[in-house]
Design a protein around this ligand. Structure first.
Ligand code: IDP
Length: 162
């Protein structure tokens, strides 16, 4: 029973991941999805959207006093973004590890930004930085009915529970 509860708890952790316009334009959507999918995380929501600048500003509201805020909001709204919700044990923190440091010059090789991006203003991917932000960003980008809950057949192999 305890094991069932552990799997249930793992299913509840969700994070918001977005392929930014540069990642979409560079044809990196499948590469990015594949890194999360191969790790063992589960995709529970996905859509392609062109956010308005106002919406982009809401997404990045915590950075509103930064000098790059305006350019950042403009860039996020400059073209299609692939918005996703990924689920699994430790997905918020480990998702950030998969993504790598904000500045691709400082991201380790093997991370998404380390392998696929060069400068901070074009670092191809966003990932929530903590449980509160994850909740807020998922609510900002998705309606509850746009997200699915399901048990995948792979879970018993990923989490080791029969
Ligand atoms: P994060 O995306 O790794 O969470 P944040 O500090 O939240 O990093 O910054 C959000 C985004 O703002 C970054 O991904 C990057 O695209 C952009 N950004 C951060 N710092 C700079 C900067 O110094 N110049 C230009 N853009 C920046």
């Amino acid at each position: 029973m305890l094991q069932d509860q552990e799997v249930h708890a793992a299913e509840l952790e969700r994070t918001f991941i977005a392929v930014k316009p540069d990642g979409v334009q560079r044809g990196l959507i499948s590469e990015i999805i594949s890194r999360f999918e191969r790790k063992g995380y589960k995709l529970v929501g996905i859509k392609v959207v062109v956010p308005s600048k106002e919406f982009a500003g809401k997404h990045y509201h915590a950075l509103k006093d930064k000098p790059f805020f305006n350019g950042l909001s403009e860039f996020l709204s400059s073209g299609p973004v692939v918005a996703m919700v990924w689920e699994g044990e430790g997905v918020i923190t480990y998702g950030r590890k998969l993504i790598g440091a904000t500045d691709p010059q400082k991201s380790e090789p093997g991370t998404i930004r380390g392998d696929l991006a060069v400068v901070v203003g074009r670092n191809i991917i966003h990932g929530s930085d903590g449980p509160e932000t994850a909740k807020d960003e998922i609510n900002l980008w998705f309606k509850p009915e746009e997200l699915v809950s399901f048990t995948s057949n792979a879970e018993k192999w990923i989490y080791g529970v029969n």
